[in-house]
Structures are given as structure tokens and as C-alpha cells.
Design a protein around this ligand. Structure first.
Ligand SMILES: [Zn+2]
Length: 266
């Protein structure tokens, strides 16, 4: 685990912060208050790979207060085609620690830390540091269904909003579930994905992924997180975003809570 920087005052922006985020606070619809909300936000990102790299980089550049990356994988040569926080000299190093170090270099005004671990239902309370309070948002940046199912269960059990992204080949998906609203969860949309028998699993490792797909979906994920954390709005309420890179098309598919969902409707 890397060392966190000392926490700063979240009620005002320093001169360094005002200078760094000048183009953002200038925006219509994004002001000092939005920047302060982002500064005080803490997220936990599961997966520091193809989606986690671009999503965390954009959020950290934008001024997110604290990011905690959880990943048990090491960097391989085949990751460098899309995992934008890593260099050839990082091969063999832990993704979570290397990504956290790079994020701190990109923006020394924020806190970033990495934990080399695999998130489970049993270790979630400790890994997410829930004794110290809930994170504002969980980001699912993983690439397998079994872990997605676990993250969804954690989101519902501890009532933590979940921003879930996936990318494969030239397609991607994005949704932001708010369990406290009883508006549906990952299981409501995709059904049982907890076992190999339940799904025909395609992953980046066995199906391939275009470098731009993860960059785009990771940044769409960052875009949704900025609206949610900075502006208290969910641009994806009740909607699953579907991106098709081969046709440059994006569409929305509505969903509702499955009233018989074994995860969120009990
Ligand atoms: Zn559900």
C-alpha cells in the first residue's frame, strides 16, 4: 500500500488548485462548489487495467480528492497497447501500486493509493475501509463476470453507488446503479453471471480489444463520475449506455428494478 498525502482543507481551494483547475471552474454548470465536492470525494476503483487507467487519470487530472485502486494483477507486455498509465519499464510490477504512483505524479494535489488484492465478499469491509466511512462511489473496471457479480453484491449490501463499465473488442457498456434508490442493480440488467455455466464469457484476453475502446469507455465512466460526484446528478439513471465503436454509435437502453431480483429486491 502506498502512503496517502496528508488530507487538505476541503472547504476551500488553494492557489495551486485554482490555477490547475482554472479551465474547469470557468465552465457554465461547473463552479467552485462542484470543484470542492470533487475534492472531498473518495472513490474505490476495482481494476487498474484498460478501463481503470483512463478513468482514474481523467478523474485525478480533474481534481478528484482520493482514489483507492484495488487490483491483484501485474503489468504484462500485452497490457501496454491500452493501459495508459504503464511504461515498458513497469512490466512485472503490480498494477495497483504502479498506477497509484503515476497518478500522484500526474497530480500531486490529490491522494492516490493502491492495494494488491482480489476483492471478495469476505474482505470487502476491510479492503474498502468501511469502518472509516463509505466511499462516495465504487467503480467497476474489471474484465470478468464473477468479479462483477461480487462488486454488485457489495454495492447493494453496503448501499454504495456503483459505476459499472465494460469494454471488449469495439463495444462498451456503462451504467450507474444507486442501490439506495431501489432502481435496479447489475443483476437486474444482466441476470446471473456468477458462474461459468451462467454466461458465455468473452474477455479481452480471449476476444481482443481495440485500444480506443477502453480509452473511450474509461473516459465515459470518468464523465459520469464527474457529474455524479461534482454536480450530484446521475446522467445514467435507469439507463444502460451502449457504445459501438465500429459504427461510432451510442444508444441508451432503459431498465428497471427486477422485483424478484435476489440481490437488490429482498
Ligand atoms: Zn437487482
Amino acid at each position: 500500500m502506498t502512503t496517502k498525502t496528508p488530507s487538505t482543507d476541503n472547504r476551500s481551494l488553494t492557489d495551486a488548485e485554482l490555477l490547475r483547475y482554472a479551465r474547469q471552474v470557468l465552465l457554465t454548470g461547473w463552479d467552485i462548489d462542484a470543484q470542492l465536492r470533487l475534492k472531498s470525494a473518495r472513490i474505490v476503483m476495482i481494476g487498474a487495467g484498460g478501463l481503470g487507467c483512463p478513468a482514474s487519470e481523467t478523474l485525478v487530472r480533474a481534481g478528484l480528492g482520493e482514489v483507492h485502486l484495488i487490483d491483484d494483477d501485474v503489468i504484462e507486455m500485452s497490457n501496454l497497447q491500452r493501459q495508459s498509465l504503464f511504461l515498458p519499464s513497469d512490466i512485472g510490477a503490480a498494477k495497483a501500486l504502479t498506477a497509484a504512483q503515476m497518478l500522484k505524479q500526474i497530480n500531486p494535489l490529490i491522494s492516490a493509493k493502491g492495494t494488491v488484492a482480489r476483492l471478495t465478499l469476505d474482505n470487502a469491509y476491510e479492503l474498502l475501509e468501511l469502518a472509516a466511512g463509505k466511499p462516495d462511489l465504487l467503480l467497476d473496471c474489471t474484465d470478468n463476470f464473477a468479479t462483477r457479480d461480487i462488486i454488485n453484491r457489495i454495492s447493494v449490501r453496503y448501499q454504495i453507488p456503483l459505476l459499472s463499465a465494460s469494454a471488449i473488442a469495439m463495444q462498451g457498456q456503462l451504467a450507474l446503479y444507486e442501490p439506495q434508490l431501489k432502481s435496479g442493480c447489475y443483476h437486474c440488467v444482466f441476470g446471473d453471471v456468477s458462474t461459468d455455466e451462467a454466461v458465455d464469457e468473452r474477455t479481452c484476453a480471449n476476444s481482443g480489444v481495440l485500444a480506443s475502446t477502453t480509452a473511450i469507455i474509461g473516459n465515459l465512466q470518468a464523465n459520469a463520475a464527474l457529474h455524479y460526484l461534482g454536480l450530484n446528478t446521475n446522467p445514467l439513471t435507469g439507463k444502460l449506455l451502449l457504445w459501438d465503436g465500429s459504427r461510432m454509435q451510442q444508444r441508451m437502453m432503459g431498465y428497471r428494478q427486477d422485483t424478484s431480483c435476489p440481490i437488490c429486491a429482498l
